[in-house]
Structure formats: C-alpha cells, structure tokens
Design a protein around this ligand. Structure first.
Ligand SMILES: NC(=O)c1ccc[n+]([C@@H]2O[C@H](COP(=O)([O-])OP(=O)(O)OC[C@H]3O[C@@H](n4cnc5c(N)ncnc54)[C@H](OP(=O)(O)O)[C@@H]3O)[C@@H](O)[C@H]2O)c1
Length: 237
C-alpha cells in the first residue's frame, strides 16, 4: 500500500537514504532540511528546525499532507567536554532534537488515529550509552528514546507504533564533521565497533524502513541498535 512519510533532516545521509528506499517502494516522501537538493524523491521543504518559528510551519506541512508516518531524524551535535558546556548549547541541542519531533508527531496524530494506522521512528544514537564530549547530544537522544517508550504506551491500542533506531558511527556528513578522516575521534569510534567498520546510511535506512512496514506491526516502544555490535561492547579480539 502506498503511504506518505515525513522525514526531518532529509536532504543528506540517513534521511536521504531512507527517502530513496521508501520512494523505491512507491511510497510518497516529504522532507525537511535547511538546504534543498534535487536528489530528494519528493517535496523537500526548506526549514531551519533550530528556529522556533519553523515549528509552526512544520505543523502546517504535516497537517496538510495526510501523513501516515513520521521519522524524526534531524539532530545536532555540539561536542564539548564537561567544564566547557554552555547552558545555551544544551538548550539548543535539546530544542533541535526534541521540539520538531513533538510538533510533527502531534500534528500527524489526528490523521494516523482516524486511519487506525501510523508509524513513528525516532532516530537516537549509540552515544546514549555513554560517550565523551557528547553531554548535550546524548541527553537529547536519550530523551528521544524516552519519548519513544511513552508515546508507544499511550498509542499502543491505536494501530500506531513508535520505535527508535539507534545508529552507531555511520559514514555521513554529520559524522565526518565531528570525526574527520585520521582524527582521534574516528579512531576511537572505530575501535568501539566490533565489526571494525562504520555503518552505511542505507544500512540504517533498511532498519527504519522495516519499522515503518506492516510487517513490524507488533513492535512498539523498542530501540533497535544498528551499530555493528558497538552497543554490545568492544570486540574481544
Ligand atoms: N552519522 C552518525 O554516525 C550517526 C550516529 C548516531 C546517530 N545519528 C543520527 O542520525 C540522524 C541523521 O544523521 P546523519 O548522520 O544522516 O546526518 P547528515 O548526513 O549530516 O544529515 C543531516 C540532515 O539534517 C538536515 N539538518 C541539519 N540541521 C537541520 C536543521 N537545523 N533544520 C533542518 N534540517 C537540518 C541536513 O540538511 P541541511 O544541512 O540542508 O539542513 C541533512 O539533511 C541524526 O539525528 C543523527 O544524530 C547519526
């Protein structure tokens, strides 16, 4: 069945890979990003989700699009060690990660409820398990996994499922901006992945696509770690 999904942070990386997967299955995709790209396979709206006013526009887009599912994928990393974290930075990271997620899901809720079918996937992060210099980012991502469990419970009897996907280090602009090739960060992340490689955006997209499918109807409130084993622990070899 052809459905319509909203993806925040859709012009690159995991969001764009997911958009291509869904479009290949004949679904419609609506994207949000600050910059437009011609490679997005559907309407892409230019919105800066760090801007408080953008949330009103986001709600309008969702309400006008008869959405079947929302993928809360936008995220913001502001790396800093404890001792150097401004309260404003924490506030900014929380705002970008959480406000659009709440706004988009609440705006999509009436259509999903009336249909008796809906999907929400929140994109979390391996860093929720503990990560240096990621206080703000990991806290925001942990809040998203908490949203996931609370919303899943509230919506359990409605046909709407809510799950999270928690990526490990994945080859995207976001990852490379914070961990350039040859950096100490790159080496640290790689040493934490038992498979000894980084994820590919499409490998994350595949997991998200499954959670959006009819086949995943009995799964809700879960966080699926897609991370080459990084959430299990370091390789013993
Ligand atoms: N890559 C990893 O290693 C990794 C690991 C764990 C979790 N994650 C999570 O996975 C999600 C996707 O990350 P990614 O690695 O795919 O990132 P990415 O390749 O950098 O893509 C980020 C997307 O978000 C958009 N975006 C960024 N800031 C925005 C804003 N203020 N308003 C609207 N759109 C915005 C970007 O487009 P514009 O720049 O045009 O706005 C882009 O489309 C994020 O939530 C991230 O935290 C990633």
């Amino acid at each position: 069945m052809k459905r319509t999904f909203l993806i925040t942070g859709a012009s690159k990386g995991i969001g764009l890979a997911l958009a291509h997967r869904l479009a290949a299955r004949d679904h419609s995709v609506i994207g949000i990003a600050r910059n437009l790209t011609e490679t997005f396979p559907g309407p892409l709206h230019a919105l800066d989700l760090s801007d408080r006013a953008a949330n009103e526009e986001l709600a309008m887009i969702v309400k006008g699009s008869n959405i079947h599912g929302v993928i809360n994928n936008v995220g913001l990393v502001r790396a800093a060690p404890l001792g150097d974290i401004a309260v404003e930075t924490l506030e900014e990271v929380m705002r970008v990660s959480l406000h659009p997620a709440l706004v988009a899901v609440q705006a999509a809720l009436p259509a999903m409820r009336s249909r008796g079918w809906g999907r929400v996937v929140n994109i979390s992060s391996l860093t929720v398990l503990g990560s240096v210099e990621r206080t703000s980012y990991a806290a925001a991502k942990a809040a998203l996994t908490s949203f996931t469990r609370s919303w899943a419970l509230e919506l359990a009897a409605t046909g709407i499922t809510v799950n999270a996907v928690s990526p490990g280090p994945t080859e995207t602009d976001l990852f490379r901006a914070n961990n350039p090739v040859g950096s100490e960060g790159e080496a640290r992340y790689l040493s934490g992945v038992p498979m000894r490689r980084f994820g590919r955006p499409d490998e994350l997209a595949a997991a998200i696509e499954f959670l959006l499918s009819d086949d995943a109807a009995f799964i809700t409130g879960q966080t699926l770690h897609v991370d080459g084993g990084a959430s299990i622990g370091k390789s013993s070899l």
